[in-house]
Design a protein around this ligand. Structure first.
Ligand code: URA
Length: 205
Protein backbone atom coordinates (compact mmCIF):
# COMPACT_ATOMS: atom_id res chain seq x y z
CA UNK A 1 0.00 0.00 0.00
CA UNK A 2 1.42 3.43 -0.84
CA UNK A 3 1.67 6.08 1.86
CA UNK A 4 -0.76 8.99 1.62
CA UNK A 5 1.27 12.07 0.55
CA UNK A 6 0.25 14.09 3.62
CA UNK A 7 1.75 11.73 6.21
CA UNK A 8 5.32 12.55 7.24
CA UNK A 9 7.82 9.81 6.38
CA UNK A 10 9.39 8.18 9.43
CA UNK A 11 13.17 8.53 9.04
CA UNK A 12 14.87 5.13 8.81
CA UNK A 13 18.62 4.55 9.04
CA UNK A 14 20.36 4.39 5.65
CA UNK A 15 21.52 0.80 6.29
CA UNK A 16 17.90 -0.24 6.89
CA UNK A 17 16.94 1.48 3.65
CA UNK A 18 19.80 -0.24 1.85
CA UNK A 19 18.54 -3.65 2.93
CA UNK A 20 14.96 -2.76 2.07
CA UNK A 21 15.84 -1.45 -1.39
CA UNK A 22 18.00 -4.49 -2.00
CA UNK A 23 14.96 -6.70 -1.43
CA UNK A 24 12.64 -4.38 -3.38
CA UNK A 25 10.81 -5.98 -6.31
CA UNK A 26 8.24 -3.22 -6.87
CA UNK A 27 9.62 -2.90 -10.40
CA UNK A 28 11.57 -5.43 -12.50
CA UNK A 29 15.01 -3.80 -12.05
CA UNK A 30 15.85 -5.30 -8.66
CA UNK A 31 15.73 -8.87 -9.90
CA UNK A 32 18.45 -8.28 -12.54
CA UNK A 33 20.82 -5.96 -10.70
CA UNK A 34 23.63 -7.22 -8.46
CA UNK A 35 22.43 -5.15 -5.51
CA UNK A 36 20.75 -1.87 -4.72
CA UNK A 37 22.91 1.22 -4.42
CA UNK A 38 22.01 3.69 -1.70
CA UNK A 39 23.55 7.12 -1.34
CA UNK A 40 26.65 8.06 0.60
CA UNK A 41 27.54 11.08 2.67
CA UNK A 42 26.76 12.72 5.98
CA UNK A 43 23.34 13.10 7.54
CA UNK A 44 22.23 16.73 7.35
CA UNK A 45 24.42 17.22 4.28
CA UNK A 46 24.21 20.72 2.89
CA UNK A 47 23.61 19.46 -0.64
CA UNK A 48 22.09 16.18 -1.80
CA UNK A 49 23.40 15.37 -5.28
CA UNK A 50 20.95 13.17 -7.17
CA UNK A 51 21.88 11.22 -10.30
CA UNK A 52 19.80 8.88 -12.41
CA UNK A 53 20.65 5.33 -11.42
CA UNK A 54 23.76 3.30 -10.61
CA UNK A 55 25.88 2.30 -13.59
CA UNK A 56 27.77 -0.94 -14.16
CA UNK A 57 30.61 -0.04 -11.79
CA UNK A 58 28.26 1.22 -9.09
CA UNK A 59 26.11 -1.91 -9.35
CA UNK A 60 29.16 -4.09 -8.75
CA UNK A 61 30.65 -1.92 -6.00
CA UNK A 62 27.33 -1.16 -4.26
CA UNK A 63 28.36 2.51 -4.11
CA UNK A 64 27.11 5.56 -6.05
CA UNK A 65 29.17 7.50 -8.59
CA UNK A 66 32.34 5.42 -8.49
CA UNK A 67 32.56 5.05 -12.31
CA UNK A 68 33.49 7.53 -15.07
CA UNK A 69 30.51 9.85 -14.46
CA UNK A 70 31.36 10.00 -10.77
CA UNK A 71 34.99 10.76 -11.50
CA UNK A 72 33.96 13.65 -13.73
CA UNK A 73 31.72 14.99 -10.98
CA UNK A 74 34.60 14.63 -8.49
CA UNK A 75 36.83 16.64 -10.83
CA UNK A 76 34.24 19.41 -11.08
CA UNK A 77 33.74 19.49 -7.30
CA UNK A 78 37.51 19.71 -6.80
CA UNK A 79 37.86 22.46 -9.40
CA UNK A 80 35.11 24.46 -7.68
CA UNK A 81 36.80 23.95 -4.31
CA UNK A 82 33.72 22.28 -2.84
CA UNK A 83 33.93 20.68 0.56
CA UNK A 84 32.99 17.06 -0.26
CA UNK A 85 32.18 16.38 3.39
CA UNK A 86 29.06 18.49 2.97
CA UNK A 87 27.73 16.45 0.04
CA UNK A 88 25.45 13.44 0.07
CA UNK A 89 25.45 11.64 -3.29
CA UNK A 90 22.65 9.38 -4.44
CA UNK A 91 20.37 8.38 -7.32
CA UNK A 92 16.70 8.65 -8.23
CA UNK A 93 16.60 4.92 -9.02
CA UNK A 94 18.35 2.46 -6.74
CA UNK A 95 18.99 -0.44 -9.14
CA UNK A 96 21.04 -0.59 -12.37
CA UNK A 97 18.97 -0.95 -15.53
CA UNK A 98 20.87 -2.43 -18.44
CA UNK A 99 20.66 -4.44 -21.62
CA UNK A 100 23.18 -7.08 -22.57
CA UNK A 101 25.32 -6.53 -25.66
CA UNK A 102 27.38 -9.65 -25.82
CA UNK A 103 28.84 -9.81 -22.34
CA UNK A 104 28.65 -6.07 -21.77
CA UNK A 105 25.89 -4.59 -19.63
CA UNK A 106 24.88 -1.37 -21.35
CA UNK A 107 23.09 1.38 -19.42
CA UNK A 108 19.41 1.71 -20.25
CA UNK A 109 17.39 4.75 -19.22
CA UNK A 110 14.82 3.84 -16.56
CA UNK A 111 11.16 4.06 -17.57
CA UNK A 112 8.96 6.61 -15.84
CA UNK A 113 7.07 3.81 -14.03
CA UNK A 114 10.41 2.57 -12.62
CA UNK A 115 11.38 6.07 -11.50
CA UNK A 116 7.94 6.44 -9.90
CA UNK A 117 8.20 3.05 -8.20
CA UNK A 118 11.53 4.09 -6.67
CA UNK A 119 10.37 7.54 -5.64
CA UNK A 120 9.36 6.57 -2.11
CA UNK A 121 12.87 5.23 -1.49
CA UNK A 122 14.35 8.56 -2.54
CA UNK A 123 11.90 10.34 -0.26
CA UNK A 124 12.83 8.00 2.59
CA UNK A 125 16.48 8.84 2.01
CA UNK A 126 15.71 12.56 1.95
CA UNK A 127 13.73 12.21 5.20
CA UNK A 128 16.77 10.64 6.82
CA UNK A 129 19.48 12.93 5.41
CA UNK A 130 17.48 16.17 5.60
CA UNK A 131 19.70 18.13 3.19
CA UNK A 132 19.38 21.89 2.87
CA UNK A 133 19.17 21.76 -0.94
CA UNK A 134 19.45 19.45 -3.94
CA UNK A 135 21.51 19.22 -7.11
CA UNK A 136 19.71 17.31 -9.86
CA UNK A 137 22.09 15.79 -12.40
CA UNK A 138 20.05 15.25 -15.56
CA UNK A 139 16.40 14.96 -16.48
CA UNK A 140 15.56 11.83 -14.49
CA UNK A 141 16.81 13.32 -11.23
CA UNK A 142 15.24 16.70 -11.96
CA UNK A 143 11.88 15.13 -12.68
CA UNK A 144 12.05 12.86 -9.64
CA UNK A 145 12.78 15.82 -7.37
CA UNK A 146 10.52 18.46 -8.90
CA UNK A 147 7.74 16.00 -9.82
CA UNK A 148 7.29 17.53 -13.25
CA UNK A 149 9.00 17.15 -16.62
CA UNK A 150 12.14 19.31 -16.72
CA UNK A 151 13.76 20.70 -19.88
CA UNK A 152 17.32 20.49 -18.60
CA UNK A 153 18.89 22.62 -21.32
CA UNK A 154 16.42 25.43 -20.66
CA UNK A 155 16.31 25.17 -16.87
CA UNK A 156 19.95 24.40 -16.15
CA UNK A 157 22.03 26.52 -13.80
CA UNK A 158 18.97 27.83 -11.97
CA UNK A 159 17.46 27.08 -8.60
CA UNK A 160 13.91 25.74 -8.73
CA UNK A 161 11.44 24.98 -5.96
CA UNK A 162 9.28 21.92 -5.63
CA UNK A 163 5.74 21.97 -4.23
CA UNK A 164 7.12 21.58 -0.70
CA UNK A 165 9.51 24.52 -1.14
CA UNK A 166 12.63 22.37 -1.49
CA UNK A 167 15.40 24.08 -3.51
CA UNK A 168 16.70 22.15 -6.51
CA UNK A 169 19.56 23.25 -8.78
CA UNK A 170 19.27 21.59 -12.18
CA UNK A 171 22.12 20.73 -14.53
CA UNK A 172 23.25 18.09 -17.00
CA UNK A 173 24.22 14.60 -15.97
CA UNK A 174 28.01 14.11 -16.21
CA UNK A 175 27.41 11.25 -18.69
CA UNK A 176 26.07 13.85 -21.13
CA UNK A 177 29.45 15.55 -21.05
CA UNK A 178 31.27 12.26 -21.48
CA UNK A 179 29.12 11.41 -24.51
CA UNK A 180 29.18 14.92 -25.99
CA UNK A 181 30.88 16.16 -29.15
CA UNK A 182 34.66 16.19 -28.47
CA UNK A 183 34.96 19.51 -30.33
CA UNK A 184 32.56 21.06 -27.81
CA UNK A 185 34.05 19.40 -24.74
CA UNK A 186 35.89 22.43 -23.41
CA UNK A 187 32.85 24.70 -23.78
CA UNK A 188 30.53 22.06 -22.28
CA UNK A 189 32.84 21.68 -19.29
CA UNK A 190 32.99 25.44 -18.69
CA UNK A 191 29.19 25.74 -18.95
CA UNK A 192 28.71 22.81 -16.56
CA UNK A 193 31.06 24.36 -13.98
CA UNK A 194 29.11 27.59 -14.29
CA UNK A 195 25.83 25.72 -13.57
CA UNK A 196 27.34 23.93 -10.60
CA UNK A 197 28.88 27.12 -9.21
CA UNK A 198 25.35 28.29 -8.35
CA UNK A 199 25.66 25.92 -5.36
CA UNK A 200 29.13 27.08 -4.36
CA UNK A 201 27.77 29.43 -1.71
CA UNK A 202 26.67 26.32 0.20
CA UNK A 203 29.87 24.38 -0.25
CA UNK A 204 32.90 26.61 -0.07
CA UNK A 205 34.85 25.94 3.13
N1 URA B 1 25.28 7.63 -13.09
C1 URA B 1 24.39 7.97 -12.14
O1 URA B 1 23.42 8.67 -12.38
N2 URA B 1 24.61 7.54 -10.91
C2 URA B 1 25.65 6.79 -10.57
O2 URA B 1 25.76 6.41 -9.41
C3 URA B 1 26.56 6.46 -11.59
C4 URA B 1 26.36 6.89 -12.84
Amino acid sequence: MTKPESLPIRPRPIEVLRQATDACRECPLGARATQSVMGEGPLHAVLMVVGEQPGDKEDLAGRPFVGPAGRLFDRAAAELGWNRERLYVTNAVKHFKFELRGKRRMHKTPAQREIDACHHWLEAEIARVKPDAFLALGATAARALLQRPVAVMRERGQWHEDAAGRRVLVTLHPSALLRGDPAQREAAWTAWLKDLSAASGLLLP
